[in-house]
Structures are given as C-alpha cells and as structure tokens.
Design a protein around this ligand. Structure first.
Ligand SMILES: [Zn+2]
Ligand SMILES: [Zn+2]
Length: 105
C-alpha cells in the first residue's frame, strides 16, 4: 500500500497526469489519457526508500501495463526504446516547467 499523499504531492500528480502519456507524446499523440507510473529505481529513490509520489511518469494504459509495448511487460525493452526511467522523469519535469511558464504570462 502506498503511503498517503500530501496536498502538494497530490497537486504534482494531477499536473503530471494532465500532461498525457509521455510516450504517446513522443509518437505525436499529445494528451493521451495517462495514469501514473511510480519510479522504483534505487539509483533515483535511494536504497530502501519507498517510491515517492513526486517521482512519477505519465503513461497511458497501453504504454504502462497492458500489451507488449508496455513498461511493466518488459521494462528493459521499454527503457532501451524510450530511455531510462531517470531520463523520462527528467523529461516529465521539464514539460511541467515548460507548461507552467506558459500559464504564468
Ligand atoms: Zn501512451
Ligand atoms: Zn508502473
């Protein structure tokens, strides 16, 4: 069970989900409905740490856990094709910054 989220984490997760699937975006389909993949990579989260709610990547169901292109079907093939979880997290955060700059005027 995931630990409960703070309000700030929830806001962040909402924003990430609103970006739409990161991989569909790369394929030219922005704003494909996404669910959140929690990163579980000890190099990012630290050894023995639980996944943090801020370390999430937006992925649609097909790219997340259903079908042979999905992350959870074959995370190694997925990373080889689209980049490591760390890279994808970085891209996600860059998109968020980009979007907030646009919104701020
Ligand atoms: Zn997708
Ligand atoms: Zn996942």
């Amino acid at each position: 069970m995931a630990r409960s989220k703070t309000k700030k984490e929830q806001e962040h997760m909402d924003k990430v989900a609103r970006l739409g699937c990161l991989i569909c975006r790369k394929e030219g389909n922005p704003f494909s409905p996404a669910e959140l993949h929690h990163i579980r990579d000890v190099r990012i989260t630290g050894l023995g740490q639980r996944a943090k709610h801020t370390q999430v990547i937006p992925l649609c169901v097909a790219h997340h856990r259903i079908g042979k292109e999905s992350f959870h079907h074959n995370s190694r093939a997925f990373s080889e094709k689209w980049g490591s979880q760390q890279d994808l997290l970085k891209e996600t955060l860059e998109l968020l910054v980009h979007d907030s700059l646009w919104q701020e005027e």
